[in-house]
Design a protein around this ligand. Structure first.
Ligand code: SF4
Ligand code: SF4
Length: 202
Protein backbone atom coordinates (compact mmCIF):
# COMPACT_ATOMS: atom_id res chain seq x y z
CA UNK A 1 0.00 0.00 0.00
CA UNK A 2 1.39 3.39 -0.97
CA UNK A 3 1.83 6.22 1.50
CA UNK A 4 -1.08 8.10 -0.10
CA UNK A 5 -3.43 5.11 0.35
CA UNK A 6 -2.39 4.78 3.99
CA UNK A 7 -3.11 8.47 4.58
CA UNK A 8 -6.59 8.05 2.99
CA UNK A 9 -7.27 5.03 5.23
CA UNK A 10 -6.33 7.00 8.34
CA UNK A 11 -8.56 9.93 7.31
CA UNK A 12 -11.50 7.58 6.61
CA UNK A 13 -11.08 5.90 10.01
CA UNK A 14 -10.91 9.25 11.78
CA UNK A 15 -14.11 10.39 9.98
CA UNK A 16 -15.91 7.22 11.01
CA UNK A 17 -14.93 7.71 14.65
CA UNK A 18 -15.98 11.36 14.58
CA UNK A 19 -19.35 10.51 12.99
CA UNK A 20 -20.00 7.90 15.68
CA UNK A 21 -19.04 10.28 18.47
CA UNK A 22 -21.22 13.03 16.96
CA UNK A 23 -24.25 10.71 17.14
CA UNK A 24 -23.41 9.82 20.74
CA UNK A 25 -22.98 13.45 21.81
CA UNK A 26 -26.15 14.57 20.02
CA UNK A 27 -28.12 12.06 22.13
CA UNK A 28 -26.57 13.45 25.30
CA UNK A 29 -28.19 16.82 24.61
CA UNK A 30 -31.67 15.50 23.74
CA UNK A 31 -34.63 15.15 26.11
CA UNK A 32 -34.92 11.48 27.16
CA UNK A 33 -37.81 9.62 25.54
CA UNK A 34 -38.12 7.07 28.31
CA UNK A 35 -39.55 8.08 31.68
CA UNK A 36 -38.87 6.93 35.20
CA UNK A 37 -41.85 4.91 36.40
CA UNK A 38 -43.80 5.37 38.61
CA UNK A 39 -42.52 8.24 40.72
CA UNK A 40 -41.14 10.70 38.19
CA UNK A 41 -44.04 11.20 35.81
CA UNK A 42 -45.69 14.61 35.47
CA UNK A 43 -49.13 13.12 36.08
CA UNK A 44 -50.48 9.66 36.95
CA UNK A 45 -49.68 7.15 34.20
CA UNK A 46 -53.36 6.16 33.94
CA UNK A 47 -54.04 9.72 32.72
CA UNK A 48 -51.36 9.47 30.05
CA UNK A 49 -52.70 6.31 28.41
CA UNK A 50 -54.29 6.34 24.99
CA UNK A 51 -58.03 6.93 24.89
CA UNK A 52 -58.91 3.40 23.80
CA UNK A 53 -56.37 1.69 26.07
CA UNK A 54 -57.59 -1.74 27.21
CA UNK A 55 -56.39 -2.45 30.71
CA UNK A 56 -57.31 -5.14 33.21
CA UNK A 57 -60.86 -6.40 32.94
CA UNK A 58 -63.32 -5.87 35.73
CA UNK A 59 -66.84 -7.08 36.45
CA UNK A 60 -69.54 -5.03 38.09
CA UNK A 61 -71.41 -7.88 39.67
CA UNK A 62 -74.28 -5.67 40.75
CA UNK A 63 -75.33 -5.32 37.08
CA UNK A 64 -74.40 -8.80 35.84
CA UNK A 65 -77.34 -10.86 34.59
CA UNK A 66 -75.29 -14.09 34.49
CA UNK A 67 -75.96 -14.66 30.79
CA UNK A 68 -72.43 -16.08 30.23
CA UNK A 69 -72.12 -14.33 26.86
CA UNK A 70 -68.69 -13.06 27.89
CA UNK A 71 -67.57 -16.59 28.78
CA UNK A 72 -68.71 -17.94 25.41
CA UNK A 73 -67.16 -15.03 23.49
CA UNK A 74 -63.69 -15.51 24.97
CA UNK A 75 -61.56 -17.36 22.41
CA UNK A 76 -59.13 -18.71 25.00
CA UNK A 77 -61.41 -19.58 27.91
CA UNK A 78 -60.17 -16.98 30.38
CA UNK A 79 -63.59 -16.51 31.93
CA UNK A 80 -65.45 -18.98 34.16
CA UNK A 81 -68.99 -18.13 35.26
CA UNK A 82 -71.07 -20.50 37.39
CA UNK A 83 -74.64 -20.09 38.56
CA UNK A 84 -76.38 -21.86 41.42
CA UNK A 85 -79.80 -21.79 43.08
CA UNK A 86 -80.08 -20.41 46.59
CA UNK A 87 -81.49 -23.22 48.75
CA UNK A 88 -83.69 -20.84 50.80
CA UNK A 89 -84.87 -18.19 48.36
CA UNK A 90 -84.75 -20.47 45.28
CA UNK A 91 -83.26 -17.53 43.40
CA UNK A 92 -80.45 -17.97 40.91
CA UNK A 93 -77.12 -16.64 42.09
CA UNK A 94 -73.68 -16.13 40.58
CA UNK A 95 -71.46 -18.43 42.56
CA UNK A 96 -68.30 -18.01 40.52
CA UNK A 97 -66.95 -15.34 38.20
CA UNK A 98 -63.25 -15.81 37.56
CA UNK A 99 -61.05 -14.13 35.00
CA UNK A 100 -57.61 -15.58 34.36
CA UNK A 101 -55.59 -12.49 33.56
CA UNK A 102 -52.50 -14.56 32.81
CA UNK A 103 -54.21 -15.96 29.70
CA UNK A 104 -56.12 -12.83 28.62
CA UNK A 105 -54.95 -11.22 25.39
CA UNK A 106 -57.02 -8.07 25.96
CA UNK A 107 -58.95 -8.53 22.73
CA UNK A 108 -62.05 -6.94 24.20
CA UNK A 109 -64.53 -9.48 22.75
CA UNK A 110 -66.05 -10.25 26.16
CA UNK A 111 -66.61 -6.57 26.95
CA UNK A 112 -67.98 -5.93 23.48
CA UNK A 113 -70.57 -8.70 23.65
CA UNK A 114 -71.65 -7.66 27.15
CA UNK A 115 -72.05 -4.01 26.17
CA UNK A 116 -73.98 -4.81 23.00
CA UNK A 117 -76.17 -7.69 24.19
CA UNK A 118 -76.25 -7.53 27.98
CA UNK A 119 -75.51 -4.77 30.47
CA UNK A 120 -71.88 -3.76 30.10
CA UNK A 121 -71.02 -5.42 33.39
CA UNK A 122 -67.63 -6.59 32.16
CA UNK A 123 -65.27 -3.98 30.77
CA UNK A 124 -61.66 -2.99 30.38
CA UNK A 125 -60.33 -0.52 32.91
CA UNK A 126 -57.27 1.72 32.71
CA UNK A 127 -55.56 -0.41 35.36
CA UNK A 128 -52.45 -2.19 34.14
CA UNK A 129 -50.37 -3.11 37.17
CA UNK A 130 -50.69 -6.85 37.69
CA UNK A 131 -47.16 -8.01 38.43
CA UNK A 132 -47.12 -10.73 41.07
CA UNK A 133 -45.08 -13.67 42.26
CA UNK A 134 -47.37 -16.56 41.29
CA UNK A 135 -49.57 -17.34 38.31
CA UNK A 136 -52.48 -18.14 40.65
CA UNK A 137 -52.46 -14.51 41.79
CA UNK A 138 -53.50 -13.58 38.25
CA UNK A 139 -56.83 -15.35 38.59
CA UNK A 140 -59.18 -12.58 39.65
CA UNK A 141 -62.18 -13.99 41.51
CA UNK A 142 -65.01 -11.48 41.38
CA UNK A 143 -67.27 -13.66 43.53
CA UNK A 144 -65.63 -14.51 46.83
CA UNK A 145 -65.90 -18.27 47.39
CA UNK A 146 -68.92 -19.03 49.56
CA UNK A 147 -70.51 -15.61 48.95
CA UNK A 148 -72.72 -15.92 45.85
CA UNK A 149 -74.36 -12.76 44.55
CA UNK A 150 -77.88 -12.43 43.13
CA UNK A 151 -78.44 -12.01 39.40
CA UNK A 152 -79.26 -8.51 38.21
CA UNK A 153 -82.62 -7.97 36.57
CA UNK A 154 -81.93 -5.52 33.79
CA UNK A 155 -84.52 -2.83 33.05
CA UNK A 156 -86.00 -2.66 29.55
CA UNK A 157 -84.50 0.78 29.07
CA UNK A 158 -80.74 0.27 28.89
CA UNK A 159 -80.09 3.89 29.84
CA UNK A 160 -81.33 3.03 33.34
CA UNK A 161 -78.52 0.56 33.95
CA UNK A 162 -76.16 2.19 36.46
CA UNK A 163 -72.58 2.57 35.28
CA UNK A 164 -70.12 2.84 38.14
CA UNK A 165 -66.58 4.15 38.16
CA UNK A 166 -64.18 1.96 36.19
CA UNK A 167 -61.30 0.52 38.16
CA UNK A 168 -62.20 -0.19 41.80
CA UNK A 169 -63.56 -3.69 41.13
CA UNK A 170 -60.38 -4.67 39.29
CA UNK A 171 -58.19 -3.28 42.06
CA UNK A 172 -60.19 -5.10 44.75
CA UNK A 173 -60.08 -8.38 42.82
CA UNK A 174 -56.34 -8.05 42.38
CA UNK A 175 -55.81 -7.35 46.08
CA UNK A 176 -57.85 -10.45 46.96
CA UNK A 177 -55.86 -12.55 44.49
CA UNK A 178 -52.57 -11.33 45.97
CA UNK A 179 -53.82 -11.95 49.51
CA UNK A 180 -54.98 -15.49 48.70
CA UNK A 181 -51.89 -16.41 46.69
CA UNK A 182 -48.83 -15.11 48.50
CA UNK A 183 -45.83 -14.77 46.25
CA UNK A 184 -43.45 -17.70 46.30
CA UNK A 185 -40.46 -15.39 46.70
CA UNK A 186 -42.04 -13.99 49.88
CA UNK A 187 -42.29 -17.58 51.15
CA UNK A 188 -38.66 -18.23 50.27
CA UNK A 189 -37.55 -15.16 52.19
CA UNK A 190 -39.19 -16.31 55.41
CA UNK A 191 -36.59 -17.15 58.10
CA UNK A 192 -35.86 -20.86 58.14
CA UNK A 193 -37.24 -22.79 61.11
CA UNK A 194 -34.66 -24.53 63.27
CA UNK A 195 -33.78 -27.95 61.96
CA UNK A 196 -35.41 -30.79 63.89
CA UNK A 197 -32.93 -32.66 66.12
CA UNK A 198 -31.61 -35.79 64.47
CA UNK A 199 -33.06 -39.03 65.79
CA UNK A 200 -30.57 -40.92 67.95
CA UNK A 201 -29.31 -44.07 66.35
CA UNK A 202 -30.03 -47.43 67.84
S1 SF4 B 1 -70.53 -9.90 32.50
FE1 SF4 B 1 -72.04 -9.38 30.94
S2 SF4 B 1 -71.90 -10.97 29.38
FE2 SF4 B 1 -70.85 -11.72 31.24
S3 SF4 B 1 -72.41 -12.89 32.34
FE3 SF4 B 1 -72.45 -10.81 33.16
S4 SF4 B 1 -73.97 -9.73 31.95
FE4 SF4 B 1 -73.50 -11.60 30.82
S1 SF4 C 1 -60.31 -9.66 26.60
FE1 SF4 C 1 -60.41 -11.35 25.11
S2 SF4 C 1 -59.00 -12.87 25.91
FE2 SF4 C 1 -59.41 -11.46 27.57
S3 SF4 C 1 -61.10 -12.39 28.72
FE3 SF4 C 1 -62.00 -10.98 27.22
S4 SF4 C 1 -62.44 -12.24 25.42
FE4 SF4 C 1 -61.02 -13.39 26.71
Amino acid sequence: MSLGDKAKEVIRSANTILEGMAVTFSHMLREPITIQYPDRTEKPVTQMLQKRFRGLLEVQLDICIGCKRCEKACPINCIAVELSKDAETKKMMISRFDIDVSKCMFCGLCAEVCASEATGAIRHTREFEAACGTLDALVFRYVEPGHPVPLYKAPKDKSEIPVGEAGPHAREARERALRDNPATFAELRKPKTEAAPAESAG
